[in-house]
Design a protein around this ligand. Structure first.
Ligand code: OXD
Length: 317
């Protein structure tokens, strides 16, 4: 193996996390600090671990020894830039650890709408006792746009709740929890057939701005749109129009074009919208899972074995 490997993590780590990383090999050292102090360590860093939304480009340009950048997130939007694309630096992400919290978040939004919680919480604040219309998700159709690890966990739970499951996917694979798979070109067919549309795609050149008025118009007027992917896969002004004019019934949104969502966004006040501040993946177990996944990959790196979760730097996922 390489003589010594310096790992720099741009996040606070508990001792158990540092131990898990250093436990991979005696020659590994770990430094954890915030972005502001990273410049003090970057010259000696071999492996940089950062959140996918952190702008690491200036650090990257000052890191002569860097061999590998690892994202603590699934999204790597700020970790891809021309210099890294043209380099041999390995880029990996934490896909595979999000399924449980994100799928639970998706169903909390869907059930909130079907049980009227979006309206009832407003009424509670006004001390108002009034029944609201309720629906069931049993036997409804969910359309998962982008069937990756998160999409599969959503599909599994949807089946458990008695739903019909549709999904789009690049390659047609055998899927136990999906009733019908569509290639990406047939997105609008999936939209037309779904009562709940869940966006679970990575943000890439192909998916940026994928949802426009045309896609919302393809959906049922009774359908709900749930976005736990990235805000930029949606043309936000079109989503607002669709929600304001009844083209779709409601939206549960965890991600936005600009985060935090600006105070003047009309989305804040819409009763048919539930907003959560990009927390779908968060859970007390997040960092434990992320560090475990990184340490497993570090073992492979050290032993010169095939690594997993490698991001295609051209495709962006
Ligand atoms: C992620 C996220 O990309 O939580 O991991 O949004």
């Amino acid at each position: 193996m390489a003589p010594a490997l310096h790992v720099l993590v741009l996040n606070n780590l508990a001792d158990r996390h540092k131990d898990a990383i250093m436990g991979v090999h005696p020659e590994i050292t770990v430094t954890s600090c915030d972005l502001e102090h990273a410049g003090d360590y970057i010259a000696d860093t071999d492996i940089l671990v950062a959140w996918g939304f952190t702008d690491i480009r200036p650090l990257y340009l000052a890191a002569p020894n860097l061999k590998w950048v690892h994202a603590l997130t699934a999204g790597v939007e700020n970790l891809i830039f021309p210099e890294i694309q043209q380099s041999n630096t390995i880029l990996t992400n934490s896909r595979g650890i999000h399924g449980i919290p994100v799928s639970e978040h998706v169903f909390s939004l869907m059930l909130a709408f079907t049980r009227g919680l979006n309206l009832l919480i407003r009424q509670q604040q006004a001390k108002q006792w009034e029944r609201v219309p309720t629906e069931e998700i049993h036997e409804k159709t969910i359309g998962i746009v982008g069937l990756g690890a998160i999409g599969r966990e959503i599909a599994k739970k949807a089946k458990g709740l008695g739903m019909e499951v549709l999904a789009t996917k690049q390659e047609m694979t055998a899927e136990i929890f999906v009733d019908k798979l569509y290639p990406p070109e047939e997105l609008n067919e999936l939209l037309a057939a779904s009562d709940f549309v869940v966006a679970a795609l990575p943000l890439t050149d192909q998916t940026s701005g994928l949802f426009t008025l045309q896609q919302f118009e393809a959906m049922k007027r009774t359908a709900y749109f749930i976005n736990i992917a990235r805000g930029s896969i949606v043309r936000e002004a079109d989503l607002i129009t669709a929600l304001q004019t009844g083209i779709i019934k409601g939206a549960g949104l965890d991600v936005f074009d600009h985060e935090p969502l600006p105070p003047d966004s009309p989305l804040w006040d819409m009763p048919n919208v539930i907003i959560t501040p990009h927390i779908a993946a968060l859970s007390p177990h997040y960092l434990d899972r992320a560090v475990k996944s990184f340490a497993d990959n570090l073992t492979r790196f050290v032993e010169d074995r095939e690594m997993f979760n490698i991001v295609d730097k051209q495709k962006g996922y």
